[in-house]
Design a protein around this ligand. Structure first.
Ligand SMILES: [Zn+2]
Length: 141
């Protein structure tokens, strides 16, 4: 279970809204230390996006993982926005998890982040069999 403080939820929503401008998806990574489950930082990667998808810069990802190792932190969740109210996982979402390890969490935020709180987010957990499953309780708000 990942624990995320309200300040990080608000920061996440702010970036999703600002970057997406109400017309594009956006993506955020939540970091914790190597053994902890408390979100410590919110990272906005270099990415491109359309109304129906996003792509993170591959050189940025390489640098990001080097920095994570150097600072002894890990990405525990990715959070991305969808255009409407649907917060399920598309096949693309299934395929492009940042970290392909069981326990990694993917959060989907509706309406390009133009919501007040986390209650309408979709929460997905990568299972030991490599498949994503809905997991409402994988995040503690
Ligand atoms: Zn963005």
């Amino acid at each position: 279970v990942i624990r995320v403080a309200r300040e990080h939820v608000l920061r996440t929503l702010d970036v999703l809204r600002t970057c997406g401008g109400g017309v594009r998806e956006c993506v955020i990574y939540w970091l914790a230390d190597l053994t902890g489950t408390e979100v410590q930082d919110v990272i906005h990667p270099e990415h491109t996006a359309t109304a129906v998808g996003y792509m993170v810069d591959s050189a940025w990802i390489t640098t990001f993982f080097v920095q994570l190792a150097a600072t002894r932190r890990r990405a525990v969740s990715q959070v991305h926005s969808h255009p409407g109210d649907w917060v399920g996982h598309s096949s693309t979402d299934d395929e492009f998890g940042l970290v392909p390890s069981p326990g990694f969490v993917s959060v989907v935020c509706p309406r390009f982040g133009q919501v007040e709180d986390s209650d309408r987010f979709g929460i997905h957990l990568l299972g030991p069999d490599g498949r994503w499953m809905p997991a409402r309780d994988a995040v503690e708000w």
